[in-house]
Design a protein around this ligand. Structure first.
Ligand SMILES: Cc1cc2nc3c(=O)[nH]c(=O)nc-3n(C[C@H](O)[C@H](O)[C@H](O)COP(=O)(O)OP(=O)(O)OC[C@H]3O[C@@H](n4cnc5c(N)ncnc54)[C@H](O)[C@@H]3O)c2cc1C
Length: 397
């Protein structure tokens, strides 16, 4: 196959930029354009809820690449302009400012949009955290705030609660689920995380629906639970999940479900690929469609998309993986265990704050967890979940 003469990448963050870099590494010499709605140089998101929010890192430290490295890519970067439409047939995107960008191939890497609560807009002091500007606004607000309520018991909510406690705020975390991160790590580890947060002074209101946000004179004053209990606050963070940023693809001709639906090669249509948080791909090893919201996936999937753009025929068959840092705990999760999978500790001791564990369903291992034991978890992962990778395509050079 002749490589496309030009490639347009929409979304120039972890997944989009990695795709561009992998293309050049594989010797691609054609025209590359990266379009992003944000004005900033590409930056990494994991530090936003941790080091950047804590004030330990200035924004420049979260940059994915230096200006010189970006320059060396030999690509055209169009920043601060949002794609508002795509014609998948002609592979041309229209932007908010009226630009029309056409190419022989298009890569969709637009990530996620945060979900919001009704009444959130127009109430000062209520935040979501997805981008750098969100993190800086929240950081400034927390510097002058005393009481924070975090709504959402997932990874992001738990990380923000941990960081805010580190800043000395009075923190309450409310969420519908009965344990922290229960959907992803199961109830046993979720309960352990809950104890960690409680020991550090976070008040948990789990299994509690948030009925409404309360406000006075346009400023948030707290949150009301469905039980009727008020949770007073001068800052509220809404971390109730995200949805794939596919609004701009309505009418594009692509199939949109929970993300941009693609095949096992991450191909959404002739000459159109999706990568990163927005991509809902068929996992050949697992025999089902997956969409992964984690940093490692953004880089790994980009390697496969780049290779396939250049004529390879490679399935993407990752072992799903994410990490999270909360207080002094570094947690790594490999695989996709069901919340009620049976958990057994294989090494270390939860009481000592270091252990590795496996999740079993019907006798089969479906997940591996490391709690301050990253190396041991990696070894277990390869031993127990390696078969998922089947024909793992590429080294991530
Ligand atoms: C606060 C935070 C903390 C995180 N912590 C962790 C962690 O500890 N561990 C972990 O594994 N993962 C973590 N993640 C997840 C990880 O950062 C994401 O999985 C990763 O950023 C996905 O990369 P992406 O390029 O697919 O999407 P994104 O990084 O979201 O990038 C999408 C890009 O597309 C642009 N865009 C969107 N719509 C348009 C449009 N219409 N036109 C043009 N451009 C558009 C956006 O501006 C953005 O730059 C975290 C995420 C957040 C937000």
């Amino acid at each position: 196959m002749t490589p496309p003469g030009s490639i347009l990448i929409v979304g120039a963050s972890a997944a989009g930029l990695s795709t561009a870099e992998a293309l050049r590494r594989h010797g691609y010499e054609g025209r590359l354009t990266l379009l992003d709605a944000e004005p900033h140089l590409p930056y990494d998101r994991p530090p936003l809820s941790k080091q950047v929010l804590a004030g330990l890192w200035e924004p420049a430290k979260a940059r994915l690449r230096s200006p010189a490295q970006l320059e060396a890519l030999g690509a055209r970067f169009v920043r601060g302009d949002r794609a508002v439409a795509l014609d998948a047939g002609t592979r041309s995107a229209t932007t908010a400012s009226g630009r029309v960008l056409s190419a022989d191939a298009v890569v969709i890497a637009t990530g996620l949009t945060s979900r919001r609560l009704p009444g959130q807009d127009g109430l000062a002091g209520v935040h979501t955290l997805r981008g750098l500007d969100d993190a800086l606004t929240l950081r400034t607000h927390l510097a002058g705030a005393r009481r924070l309520v975090v709504v959402g018991e997932g990874v992001l909510g738990a990380e923000i609660a941990a960081t805010a406690r580190g800043l000395g705020l009075d923190v309450t975390l409310a969420g519908l689920g009965h344990t922290l991160l229960g959907d992803q790590v199961g109830d046993v580890i979720g309960a352990l995380l809950g104890r960690l947060h409680t020991a550090r002074g976070v008040r948990l209101r789990l299994g509690a629906a948030v009925e409404s946000l309360s406000g006075e004179n346009g400023r948030v004053t707290g949150v009301r639970l469905a039980t009727g209990d008020p949770l007073p606050a001068d800052a509220v963070v809404v971390a109730v999940g995200s949805r794939p940023a596919t609004g701009w693809l309505a009418g594009s001709g692509l199939t949109l479900g929970d993300g941009v639906e693609c095949d096992t090669r991450c191909r959404a249509a002739e000459g159109v690929y999706a990568v990163g948080d927005v991509a809902a791909f068929e996992h050949e090893g697992l025999g089902r469609r997956l969409r992964l919201e984690n940093r490692t996936n953004a880089t790994e999937q980009a390697q496969v998309v780049a290779a396939n753009l250049l004529g390879a025929d490679r399935p993407y068959t990752p072992i799903p993986y994410f990490w999270t840092d909360q207080y002094d705990v570094k947690l790594q999760m490999h695989g996709l265990p069901a919340p009620d999978a049976e958990l057994s500790v294989t090494e270390g001791d939860p009481e000592q704050g270091r252990f590795a564990a496996v999740y079993r369903e019907g006798g089969e291992i479906t997940g591996v967890l490391g709690w301050n034991m990253p190396k041991q978890a990696r070894v277990l992962r390869q031993r127990s979940l390696g078969a998922w990778q089947r024909s793992q395509p590429l080294s991530s050079a």
